[in-house]
Design a protein around this ligand. Structure first.
Ligand SMILES: *Cc1c(COP(=O)(O)O)cnc(C)c1O
Length: 397
């Protein structure tokens, strides 16, 4: 099946929710993928921060094969080993205290909002229902997550959205302080905003947010769905900031490519949930959990967070060279670890097309930012090659 046939089938049978790039992928290995014509690409998007170990990592593939042949699914009415191994790994490496497994990022955030409200409710603090997010945030597409994502272009036409969600200005602790009172259940923040075009929080801002939420009795939720899993230089992004949330959500890279999400919370906050309060048929699926166990073990054993910090610095340095060379085209370079973006203004899409033509996968987010989320296993040589392609693509616009 070639690209044109796939495009025709897509139009005929799938809902028109995506403006896909004209590339049909067939297989991958490490940082490389091949399309249906055999053309090779360096994958610096990694399935949007999902393929943290690259494509077809042997440890992840083996774990999936082994678990799939043993037990695919049981429901949460029974105990299974992979979910317990995964919870232990996540918690013992800084994961706050208790875990709940679901299937996606939006679902993890929905569960986090439910947990925050129920926690206060159980304590008799029943006026605490408001959830504050920040401008330019992205928390997912389901109703609660969408209500916490203050972007008119993705909220429009889906109202009424659930009440109790408000956005305050990102980066300004004073703006948050003004809205905090005894009716706020939680504040949700991405330590490094992803979809907005890669904006790392200022450490002083995150510390102020943590102090303010504690002072006012609200819970702090970190959405590490994109920035977690070692990508920013520590296994959890919060560890690099030295600011501990009460609840943390993960998804994307957690399963090394399989769909899985997680809510982590301190034991105290997790006690807001009692049996029957929350659930998911597919949550804690043994195959997804086995893939996640293999992914997390590999990240920790191979010290990949430290590697992400080191290679991330290298990547940012190389990107700054491009900005110095074309100050009119590259307006800003942003990043933390292996999460990086070039601010390209109106040139973004044409630069991306140039990258695609030359064999580099990335994407444009927020309209003007070319985003790079390579696997944590990326090599210096692959970064050099990607920068060379980027450089040619920028020169070509
Ligand atoms: C991708 C993303 C989500 C949503 O995750 P889905 O799995 O697509 O539902 C939520 N928050 C952040 C920060 C994300 O990057």
């Amino acid at each position: 099946m070639d690209l044109a046939e796939m495009q025709a089938l897509d139009r005929q049978y799938l809902m028109p929710t995506y403006a896909r790039y004209p590339i049909a992928l067939e297989r991958g290995e490490g940082t490389r993928v091949w399309d249906v014509n055999g053309k090779e690409y360096l994958d610096f998007l990694g399935g949007i921060a999902v393929n943290v170990l690259g494509h077809a990592h042997p440890a992840v593939v083996a774990a999936i094969r082994e678990q799939a042949g043993r037990l695919l699914h049981t429901s949460n009415l029974y105990y299974t080993r992979p979910m317990l191994e995964l919870a232990q790994l996540l918690v013992d490496n800084g994961g706050l205290g208790r875990a709940f497994f679901c299937n996606s990022g939006a679902e993890a955030n929905e569960g986090a909002f439910k947990l925050a409200r129920k926690y206060h409710w159980r304590r008799g603090d029943r006026a605490r229902t408001r959830i504050l997010s920040v401008t330019h945030a992205f928390h997912g597409r389901t109703f609660g997550a969408l209500a916490a994502t203050p972007k008119p272009e993705i909220q429009e036409g889906f109202g009424p959205l659930p009440p109790g969600f408000e956005a305050v200005e990102w980066g300004r602790a004073d703006a948050l302080a003004e809205r905090l009172d005894g009716t706020v259940a939680a504040v949700i923040i991405e330590p490094v905003q992803g979809e907005s075009g890669i904006h790392p929080a200022d450490p002083a801002y995150l510390r102020a947010v943590a102090d303010l939420t504690r002072e006012h009795g609200a819970l702090l939720i970190f959405d590490e769905i994109q920035c977690g899993m070692g990508r920013t230089g520590t296994f959890y992004a919060y560890q690099g900031y030295g600011v501990r949330p009460d609840i943390l959500t993960l998804a994307k890279g957690l399963g090394g490519g399989l769909p899985i999400g997680a809510i982590l919370a301190t034991p105290e906050v997790a006690s807001g949930f009692a049996p029957g309060d929350h659930g998911s048929t597919f949550g804690a699926n043994p195959v997804a959990c086995a893939a996640a166990v293999a992914t997390v073990r590999t990240i920790l054993r191979e010290n990949l967070p430290a590697r992400a910090a080191e290679l991330g610095d290298y990547l940012l340095g190389r990107l700054r060279e491009l900005a110095a060379r074309w100050p009119d085209r590259v307006r800003e370079v942003r990043g933390r670890g292996l999460m990086a973006a070039l601010e390209l203004g109106e040139h973004a899409r044409r630069v991306l097309d140039g990258c695609h033509a030359r064999g580099l996968l990335a994407n444009v987010t927020a309209g003007t930012a070319l985003r790079l989320l390579p696997p944590l296993t990326v090599t210096r040589e692959e970064i050099d090659r990607a920068v060379e392609i980027l450089s040619d693509a920028i020169a070509g616009v």
